[in-house]
Design a protein around this ligand. Structure first.
Ligand SMILES: Nc1ncnc2c1ncn2[C@@H]1O[C@H](COP(=O)(O)OP(=O)(O)OP(=O)(O)O)[C@@H](O)[C@H]1O
Length: 174
């Protein structure tokens, strides 16, 4: 089925700016912001709460079933800290946000993350885990790495994605 609007994944380590970017992008493009955290909670796509990590244990099959019909139609910004579970055929662009480690440390400390979760996320950012995951799961030409340390960077990232969106619509006009 061909889509008239694209689907974009905005991914990255927690605290890199996925929600902020997704909200701005939704305003500018009219695409719908799909916060996977909210879907997991609202549609109960989980197997319970992990106390140590202070997060839901996600049931990926249930999650995919919950969003499949909507997402396949196109027009979504998928905001989550993982990306390789979404089928390749659903996705047109994968944006991986990156941030310098000192800034990430400050952002996560401000959120009062448990120590184990803070450390794991810092390691994930340093080891480029999300970038590798995206490159392995999708064609490299649709994976874009963008820096998200400053407000100027966020603004230029959003401009760049809006430009991509306009181009996609021109290329896919029926
Ligand atoms: N490029 C940026 N410049 C300045 N501040 C930023 C930038 N990106 C994010 N922030 C700030 O960092 C904090 C975390 O951002 P945000 O909630 O968007 O991250 P996230 O990746 O969605 O996190 P989570 O995965 O936990 O939902 C917010 O206070 C946000 O304002």
């Amino acid at each position: 089925m061909s889509r008239t609007l694209p689907n974009i994944i905005i991914t990255g380590t927690p605290g890199t700016g996925k929600t902020s970017h997704s909200e701005l992008l939704a305003e500018r493009t009219g695409l719908k912001h799909l916060s996977i955290n909210d879907v997991v909670k609202e549609k109960e796509c989980h197997e319970g709460w992990d106390d140590e990590y202070q997060s839901w244990i996600v049931d990926e099959d249930k999650l995919l079933d919950a969003i499949e019909d909507e997402v396949k139609q196109g027009g979504y910004i998928i905001d989550w800290h993982a990306c390789d579970l979404f089928p390749k055929s659903w996705i047109d662009l994968v944006v991986v946000l990156r941030v310098d480690t000192a800034t990430l440390y400050d952002r996560l400390t401000e959120r009062k993350y448990p120590e184990v979760k803070l450390q794991e996320n810092m390691d994930a950012e340093i080891m480029e885990v999300l970038l590798q995951e995206a490159k392995e799961a999708y064609d490299e030409e649709i994976v874009v790495e963008l820096q998200s340390t400053t407000a100027d960077e966020m603004e230029s990232n959003v401009d760049r994605i809006v430009q991509w969106f306009e181009q996609w619509k021109n290329n896919n006009a029926q």
